[in-house]
Design a protein around this ligand. Structure first.
Ligand code: FAD
Length: 377
């Protein structure tokens, strides 16, 4: 590899990649020069840009901020729409001049003398460290059931609007906030059945997503004190009573039954042997980490994850992972948790050197121009 390595390549410019960029920049590294953030998507916003337009966050704006700059209040009251988060992330990366290189996908990360090579569809990048922040959105998970269903099947990732399902018989599978919000709106235009593994748990109306983050904060503080982990934020699995879900409760549609045993041609079979017909099944059954670009490193455990100590891969110290889930840091895959994990990650990697850089206005510190990181950009 002929050129000097970059200090780091961050793969993924969603909230986790941007929070990491913020702390890399604050530690004295120059975006686009010492480190680069690449993102496969053409537009900013990470997964938020692909969610259905009526999605409400389950976290209020003051609990949805990345480091340095608070998410602006949502002017219409209640919980913000996904578009508000996209707007915030777009402005965040501009504000800190994080120079995200878009429409550049990492294909394979490989080891090299003195660093790692990130092979992309726009050439190779050579770096001392690689930070993977590719999220989960591109890997929707659907559980396997015996039998086949000939009707339409959607995942949360495919869902756009209730009107597309008007007049249909729709089965919604999943017990989290996505399922509850999709059920709430689809049930206003279609005949719905809700299936969850266990009875869904609804937060009281006056308790919002803050409860989840307070638990995450306690975990974080316990970890800093070296105490035992108290369990994942996702373990709560509680449904926040956003307006649409409260409306669904008022219409008496928030009833869930336990899963079916088989898929059949035009419906499902329940464990009592009865069948129910459906036109569409919506699987709100979660996502898995998008780690395909790291397969080449051979680090995956049988559960499909890469074992880490904090964010650092146990068997490859030049690889860090952020986002994805609690295994990379408490609430690492939430807006507020991404910032904490990013701070810890960058502190471990690059203790601050020299004076702190301004982070409120996006002026890059002066540095001699260098040609770093290899080909293609
Ligand atoms: P992403 O946002 O998915 O960003 C990853 C980026 O990596 C993407 O831009 C993608 O283009 C890029 N990428 C992927 N693969 C490659 C590759 N090979 N090469 C280059 N780039 C690549 N959290 C909250 O805090 N509050 C909420 O209310 C909330 N609601 C949610 C509702 C839903 C329906 C879902 C699914 C999640 C919600 N979350 C919420 C959780 C969380 O905030 C999101 O999942 C978040 O998008 C994760 O951020 P990320 O940066 O880790 O991943």
């Amino acid at each position: 590899m002929p050129t000097a390595p970059l200090t780091a390549v961050v793969i993924g410019g969603g909230q986790a990649g941007l929070a990491t960029g913020f702390y890399l920049r604050r530690s004295g590294l120059v975006p686009g020069q010492d480190f680069v953030i690449i993102d496969a998507a053409a537009e900013p916003g990470g997964a938020w840009a692909r969610m259905w337009p009526t999605l409400r966050t389950f976290s209020p704006t003051q609990y949805s901020s990345l480091p340095g700059w608070m998410m602006p209040p949502w002017p219409h009251g209640g919980y913000p729409l996904a578009s508000h988060v996209v707007d915030y992330l777009t402005r965040y990366e501009e504000r800190y001049q994080l120079a995200v290189r878009r429409s550049v996908a990492a294909r394979a990360v490989t080891r090299s003398v003195g660093g790692v090579v990130v092979g992309t569809d726009a050439g190779d990048l050579f770096a001392e460290h690689v930070i993977s922040a590719t999220g989960t959105w591109s890997r929707p998970f659907v559980p396997t059931y015996p039998g086949t269903f000939a009707g339409r099947q959607l995942h949360t990732a495919d869902y756009r609007r209730a009107a597309d399902l008007a007049g249909q018989r729709v089965l919604i599978v999943g017990g989290g906030n996505s399922a509850a919000q999709i059920l709430a709106e689809v049930s206003s235009v279609a005949e719905t059945t809700w299936v969850t593994l266990r009875p869904p748990r609804f937060l009281p109306d006056d308790v919002d997503g803050r409860a989840l983050f307070e638990i995450a904060t306690k975990r974080h503080q316990a970890r800093l004190r070296g105490q035992a982990d108290t369990g994942g934020v996702g373990g709560l699995g509680d449904i926040v009573m956003v307006e649409s879900v409260r409306d669904a409760r008022n219409r008496d549609v928030l009833h869930a039954r336990r899963p079916f045993t088989h898929l059949i041609d035009h419906g499902v079979r329940w464990d009592d042997g009865t069948d129910s017909p459906y036109d569409t099944i919506i699987w709100c059954t979660g996502f898995r980490p998008a780690l395909g670009h790291l397969t080449s490193l051979g680090l995956r455990a049988p559960n499909g994850l890469i074992p880490t100590d904090g964010t650092q891969a146990l068997k490859e110290p030049r690889l860090h992972l952020i986002g994805y889930g609690d295994w990379t840091g408490p609430a690492s895959a939430t807006l507020i948790g991404a910032g904490r994990t990013a701070r810890d990650l960058v502190r471990e990697l690059y203790p601050p050197r020299g004076p702190r850089l301004p982070t409120t206005v996006g002026t890059s510190p002066p540095r001699p121009p260098t040609q770093r990181g290899g080909l293609g950009f």
